[in-house]
Design a protein around this ligand. Structure first.
Ligand code: HH2
Length: 288
């Protein structure tokens, strides 16, 4: 909303993130995700949930077969594929929403694209698997490069930064340079500060307050705050009761320059975006 990239190339589609922010609906087909773990572990309810999110206004459905919550255990490639492929295949037949796969494994990414995925959402920013950049280059898939300090198993053990905004920016700039050096089309790249990934409550708040620094990188900024722990810490609410805190943080992020929000609650986010887009347009047309 505050400048930034206007388009995001994801294989054969150019997603328009200049007019209004895009909604990335979360579909975790895992038994153990922190918020929706176990709800969509079977293909049928998962496909139904993906379709429902698209009908509610999701532009992108982000399918994850491995939880990255703090302390999560790694999942073998075959198991991750078993979880996500039927859902990707099923959804690609029935929805026009872009499909994203939340994975750090090049083998999973390659198969996922064969099954219809358009976007590789890599929380390790192409660091976990050296073959990931080649998959991105060869397929032209959209890529989310996310900042994470450490690994999900240990990342919340005393994370420290001198200047969290500057350090996250420098990391993402380096990852953009790396991807381009590997031959990945820069138009396919998006960046994400990785809210909750190796960060304290204060770090998350500072990053959201300083988001415009990321938007200056010139690529779409993706932000995922949905129901996360820092919202619980600030509001005193349990995971199932963090919608109001989530929406406030999302709207704040959008006004600060985020162009894609990764959310569980698509319907409510779509309403919030309609309101904020309208008000923002009016404020630009008639400042003061
Ligand atoms: N957060 C989670 C997972 N993937 N990807 C991006 N790009 N940005 C995020 O902030 C992000 C992400 C963690 O949330 P969730 O998927 O709801 O939980 P889990 O990792 O337990 O499956």
């Amino acid at each position: 909303m505050a400048g930034g990239a206007r388009g995001w190339l994801c294989r054969d589609r150019m997603l328009d993130c200049g007019e209004r922010p895009l909604i990335m609906g979360i579909l975790n087909v895992t038994p153990d995700s922190f918020s929706d773990g176990g709800q969509y572990a079977e293909p049928e309810p998962a496909i139904a949930r993906g379709l429902a999110m698209a009908a509610e206004g999701a532009d992108i459905i982000d399918i994850g077969g491995e939880s990255t919550r703090p302390g999560a255990a790694p999942v073998p490639e075959a198991e991750e594929l078993r979880r996500i492929l039927p859902v990707l295949r099923g959804l690609s037949r029935v929805t026009t929403a872009a499909l994203s796969v939340d994975t750090r494994k090049a083998g999973v990414a390659q198969e996922a694209i064969g099954a219809g995925a358009h976007i590789l959402n890599d929380v390790s920013a192409l660091r976990s698997d050296p073959a990931m950049a080649a998959v991105a280059r060869a397929t032209g898939a959209g890529v989310v490069l996310m900042h994470m300090r450490g690994e999900p198993g240990t990342m919340q053990q005393d994370p420290r930064y001198e200047d969290v905004v500057a350090e996250v920016c420098a990391f993402l700039e380096e990852r953009l340079r790396y991807a381009e050096a590997q031959g990945v089309d820069p138009r396919t790249l998006a960046i994400d500060p990785g809210i909750g990934f190796g960060k304290t409550v204060e770090h998350n708040v500072r990053l959201l307050a300083g988001l415009s620094a990321l938007a200056r990188c010139g690529r779409p900024v993706v932000v995922g705050v949905s129901r996360k722990r820092f919202i619980g810490a600030i509001t005193g609410r349990e995971v199932c009761d963090r919608l109001a805190g989530t929406l406030a943080a999302e709207v704040f992020a959008l006004l600060g320059g985020a162009q894609v929000v990764r959310v569980h609650d698509v319907r409510e986010t779509a309403d919030a975006i309609k309101m904020v887009t309208m008000l923002r347009r009016e404020a630009r047309a008639c400042p003061g």
